[in-house]
Design a protein around this ligand. Structure first.
Ligand SMILES: [Zn+2]
Length: 230
């Protein structure tokens, strides 16, 4: 433990968010109790996405608490733990991209096969918001997945404007607020399968807008993977 974190622990002692055990944000016993979402294929109004996978159940108070601490209390060290939750969900889901893969028009040669495995694209924050928070929660989640599943991680999706926080907005306002928020600055995504990563989704508006931009950049299919539906 570094001197700094030792000092912080004295000021703000860490307790398991499940059982209050000292010195840890979540003990292994409580981790086992986190609820996975049993309804895996939820349909939101997101025409630019093929599917959104939702790992956890936000009605699980422990999971909700973890996500809030991670996101709003800037507890970066919860990132790997939540990434682990996402990894277990994704591993057990064992989703078969090739069964869902359709070759883009005119391209039927075998070179497109390499495009079946997804590229991970985390939903970006604006520079300003990321500086303020100190990290991007979606990047931490995506890094965990990339390492475990050997999917390439691409961070060339940029957020031009953060807009207001979506929480207080209704569905129509969310769509307006997020419109043209993203730009793809990487190479062409022609024929590629993309797995967008975010911590939470509510209406799917953010994921859908990001997917729209990635499709314009050439993406064949865009999926979303999130911790929970808020
Ligand atoms: Zn515990």
């Amino acid at each position: 433990m570094s001197f700094k974190s030792f000092g912080l622990n004295l000021l703000f002692p860490i307790h398991c968010l499940g059982c209050q055990q000292e010195g840890i944000w979540l003990c292994s016993v409580c981790f086992q109790k986190l609820k996975f979402n049993n309804q895996q294929y939820q349909q939101l109004n997101t025409p630019h996405l093929t599917q959104i996978f939702i790992a956890g159940d936000y009605r699980d108070p422990l999971l909700a608490k973890l996500i809030k601490k991670f996101k709003y209390n800037f507890i970066q060290s919860l990132g790997p733990l939540l990434a682990q939750f996402l990894i277990i969900f994704w591993r057990d889901l064992n989703f078969n991209f090739s069964a869902n893969f359709r070759h883009p028009d005119q391209q039927t040669d075998s070179s497109t096969v390499e495009n079946i495995l997804p590229c991970l694209v985390p939903i970006p924050l604006s520079k300003k918001r990321e500086r303020w928070r100190g990290f991007n929660q979606s990047v931490i989640l995506a890094q965990g997945l990339a390492k475990t599943f050997q999917y390439p991680l691409q961070q060339e999706l940029i957020r031009k404007k953060q807009g207001k926080t979506q929480v207080s907005l209704n569905k129509q306002e969310r769509l307006q607020n997020i419109r043209d928020a993203f730009v793809w600055t990487g190479d062409s995504l022609l024929g590629k399968t993309i797995l967008l990563i975010d911590d939470l989704t509510t209406t799917g508006a953010t994921l859908n807008e990001a997917a729209r931009v990635l499709k314009i950049a050439g993406a064949n299919k865009v999926y979303g993977l999130v911790l929970a539906k808020g």
